[in-house]
Design a protein around this ligand. Structure first.
Ligand code: ATR
Length: 472
């Protein structure tokens, strides 16, 4: 290692860190790489050294020594204790003004904590959300950095170069200070949960209401990928459904165990939403659906106890075009809910996140990239103060037009006994938001009855309490 040579240091050479380091090198940056287990960093330099200027650092001391000043260290290690361990080791090696960017999957509250802790040493800290999986990290991810403006000035230009681009615009922008980037990444993942569950519900309906085989469903998704539903996830759905299994010669999807896993970002999204009182019902149901699917022992016990025969009779059929419209409307609602959560988080933390920037940097590189995002960006740019994406003219019209189809689909699903937790949650959300009167009036009455919690009236100001049972 030649001292002060490298522009960026990356520690953590698991697949994401390795690919991000290669991405920097391929773009002509001088990169120093490090991993706790040195052999992994050696392998990266050996295998990919020809791609660019990759320097091996055998220790964090060597990594720090290899960097020009102010130093830029990107941490890409296991989230949680791993990140804290690396940061604790780095801090005494760094000087005031140096920049540490955590590009792992940190919880945004940890990022706020680390930002403040490093600030005490004069070390600048960025929390960088990165989406796109291993291919994205290598070829251009969507990047959601949270940092102070002067910190972003040091690290942002590098991130923007290696991010995905649409029309020469980077899918990377400063979203706000400290934890804002990881918060936005968390909500991005929550939206991804809802997107995937919606696609799964659409597939289940094709199969169980319409009697379609996976190959036929794959065709429909392939067709949809050329419509308003065009997205990375719809595209790969067609491929997954079309895949046959070498062992059984049947569809691969039929031999994959039907228990979905999660790493926790969906749960974090819902937890943050509960803390902030934001109804992200689509994301919540998608998260719960994964938990339910994984609870295989309980599923078996209840299936045995209750039976799986639907007494309601033969399922109603719906046209696949109804499914397409229902999925689009539901997708819009889950984006609206996710953006509401960012708005609330930003307000609580005083982050000043510009909402329209998020769909803009999600247009490419990330897992939720979709044609729809360009329209969302435009609607939010035109109506930055709209209280909901659903209240913007474009999406009010889009959802209203598709509401009858969504209602037919949910109705048929309920009748046919096909669980559609996200589709039905989203429909209930729309119906509730649009209702003139909600039965919350009765809830308030009950609360006043048993707890004297008081209620407000529609016809005059003040708090009221009724002597419900005068003879109590
Ligand atoms: P993956 O991303 O493949 O799931 P991981 O367990 O999340 O793997 O770990 C990713 C990276 O974090 C690895 O580079 C790992 O270093 P090792 O190769 O030495 O295991 C790094 N890592 C995890 N915990 C760490 C710690 N406490 N200190 C330093 N690096 C750590």
């Amino acid at each position: 290692t030649s001292p002060g040579h490298a522009q960026v240091g990356v520690t953590g050479m698991a697949v994401m860190g390795r690919n991000l380091a290669r991405n920097f090198a391929r773009h002509g940056f001088r990169v120093a790489v490090h991993n706790r287990t040195t052999s992994k960093a050696e392998a990266v330099v050996r295998e990919f050294g020809h791609e660019g200027d990759l320097t091996l650092a055998r220790s964090l001391e060597e990594l720090v020594a290899a960097l020009e000043r102010p130093r830029r260290v990107i941490v890409m290690v296991a989230a949680g204790p791993g990140t804290d361990a690396v940061i604790d080791e780095l801090v005494p090696l760094l000087d005031p003004g140096d920049v540490v960017a955590d590009a792992g999957n940190a919880h945004w509250r940890d990022t706020v904590r680390r930002h403040d802790a490093l600030a005490e040493h004069g070390i600048r800290f960025a929390g960088v959300g990165v989406s796109g999986g291993e291919v994205g990290a290598l070829e251009g991810p969507s990047v959601m950095p949270g940092a102070d403006a002067d910190t972003y000035a040091e690290i942002g230009p590098f991130l923007e170069v290696v991010s995905a681009h649409v029309d020469d615009e980077p899918c990377c922008t400063l979203v706000g200070p400290d934890g804002a980037g990881h918060f936005v990444k968390m909500v991005h993942n929550g939206i991804e949960y809802a997107d995937m569950q919606l696609i799964a519900e659409g597939y289940d309906l094709m199969r169980r209401l319409l009697g379609m085989e996976p190959a036929a469903a794959a065709e429909v998704f392939r067709e949809w990928d050329g419509t308003e539903l065009e997205s990375y996830l719809v595209g790969i759905t067609a491929e997954v459904l079309a895949q046959s299994d070498a062992g059984t010669a049947g569809p691969l999807v039929d031999v994959i165990r039907d228990a979905a896993e999660q790493k926790g970002t969906g749960r974090w999204t819902v937890q943050s939403a509960l803390d902030l009182g934001v109804p992200v019902t689509g994301i919540a149901e998608a998260t719960m659906a994964r938990a339910l699917s994984g609870d295989t022992a309980r599923r078996a016990a209840v299936r045995d106890a209750l039976g799986d025969q639907d007494p309601a009779g033969p399922p109603a059929r719906v046209p696949t075009d109804d499914l397409r419209q229902a999925l689009y409307a539901a997708k819009v609602v889950s984006y609206a809910q996710g953006l509401d959560l960012v708005r609330a988080g930003s307000a609580e933390q005083c982050w000043d996140v510009e909402l329209a920037e998020l769909p803009r940097i999600w247009r490419d590189g990330c897992i939720i990239r979709a044609r729809l995002l360009a329209d969302i960006t435009e609607a939010l740019e035109r109506h930055p103060d709209a209280p909901s994406l659903l209240a913007t003219p474009t999406f009010a019209r889009a959802v209203t037009e598709r509401l009858p189809a969504l209602r037919r689909v949910v109705g048929a699903a309920v009748q046919g006994g096909v669980p559609v937790p996200v589709l039905s949650a989203v429909l209930a959300y729309l119906d509730a938001l649009r209702a003139e009167r909600l039965p919350a009036a009765l809830v308030q009455g009950l609360r006043d009855y048993f707890g004297a919690h008081t209620y407000e009236r529609v016809d005059r100001p003040g708090s009221f309490h009724t002597a419900w049972a005068a003879d109590r």
